[in-house]
Design a protein around this ligand. Structure first.
Ligand SMILES: C[S@@+](CC[C@H](N)C(=O)[O-])C[C@H]1O[C@@H](n2cnc3c(N)ncnc32)[C@H](O)[C@@H]1O
Length: 159
């Protein structure tokens, strides 16, 4: 399986970068994993809803350009469905069993994902009702994907 994480914005904090590199390395024992970073648009304070939509749309176009037709897309979305770690593990396993060899997880920027990206998504995944900053979200996602593979393989991992 090829897993890509398509994320808006750079990782600025070193401790998050280090964590991301560590989990990317760990996941690479189970599948091919790549991270595609698309640039974020500047979003000044006090912009209108219309301007916010335009920013999300621009970022969304860059995201969509990086998604191939045959890719199963999981959008990280606060309004999506919450799964347990075991359910996420089964979810990834079933994608593989159903022949989905390309899976992309998409993380939005500070304003979230455009409706075009959400419409392209095959599944919307919510990590909790709390909003996480996009940099941390990337690290949390990688840890949960790693945890998912460990569960799938019946390998021990901290509870
Ligand atoms: C700072 S959040 C954006 C918040 C924005 N107000 C929204 O409603 O989407 C940046 C990105 O991180 C992801 N994200 C943050 N918290 C999340 C959560 N609890 N569940 C799923 N995705 C989350 C989403 O992809 C979101 O677009």
């Amino acid at each position: 399986m090829n897993i890509s994480i398509i994320a808006v914005g750079k990782i600025k904090e070193k401790y998050i970068k280090d964590g991301i590199d560590e989990f990317k390395k760990r996941i690479s024992r189970y599948c091919r994993i790549e991270i595609i970073e698309v640039p974020d648009e500047k979003a000044p304070e006090n912009i209108s809803i219309k301007e916010e939509e335009q920013i999300k749309e621009k970022e969304g176009q860059l995201i969509l350009r990086n998604i191939k037709d045959n890719t199963y897309v999981v959008a990280l979305d606060l309004k999506g469905k919450e799964l347990t770690s075991e359910e996420l593990s089964d979810f990834i396993k079933n994608l593989g069993l159903k022949g989905n060899s390309n899976v992309a997880f998409v993380i939005g920027g500070s304003l979230g994902l455009s409706k075009e990206v959400l419409n392209r998504a095959d599944f919307r995944l919510c990590f909790s009702k709390m909003t996480f900053p996009h940099q941390l979200m990337r690290l949390i996602l990688l840890e949960q994907v790693y945890r998912g593979f460990r569960i799938m393989m019946g390998e021990p991992y901290h509870k």
